[in-house]
Design a binder for this molecule. Structure first.
Ligand SMILES: [Mg+2]
Length: 166
């Protein structure tokens, strides 16, 4: 079980993924999660940074498919500009969406990578099939920590400002 939950690579964010490394590993297809991997759960549309990230991968010859446990409406709206093959209500870590994605991408277990923010869905599902798995830090968690840090800083600054004013 422990081995099934261990990703092959870990990155702070999708934007740090070294795609040369993927090329070296012989990866041709990428199965990518949506919520908290490509965007925070409340971000409805792909922003410029995500569009560039996807275009860059495409340009380097990677084939990409979104698989998400979220609804059709969520996936379709986010994928509108990206226009990628996409599977909604995937039910990860079930194996069927990964198999379906590889069919769509015309890739196989040895040349397909999975990118996602959750060990128990994205990574577990990918590892069960022997795919190359990449874990990223969930976006909202980062935002949460960041927000907390900012709040803390705000309180410190406020205290100082208030004391100074007295
Ligand atoms: Mg996710």
């Amino acid at each position: 079980m422990k081995k099934l939950l261990k990703p092959n690579l870990y990155y702070e964010s999708i934007f740090y993924i070294d795609n040369n490394k993927l090329k070296e590993k012989g990866i041709e297809g990428i199965i990518i999660d949506l919520d908290n991997t490509l965007a925070a759960w409340d971000v409805k549309e792909a922003d410029a940074k995500v569009i560039n990230f996807i275009n860059d991968l495409k340009q380097k010859g990677f084939k990409i498919c979104i698989i998400s446990n979220n609804t059709k409406a969520r996936v379709d709206k986010f994928n509108e500009i990206l226009g990628l093959p996409a599977i909604h209500k995937a039910g990860k870590p079930k194996l069927s969406p990964y198999i379906k994605a590889m069919k769509l991408l015309k890739t196989h277990r040895q040349n397909t990578a999975v990118i996602g923010d959750q060990l128990f869905t994205d990574v577990l599902g990918g590892n069960r099939l022997g795919l190359f798995t990449i874990l990223v830090t969930p976006i909202s968690e980062k935002e949460f920590i960041w927000t907390r840090m900012v709040r803390k800083l705000e309180r410190i600054v406020l205290k100082k400002v208030i004391i100074k004013d007295k």
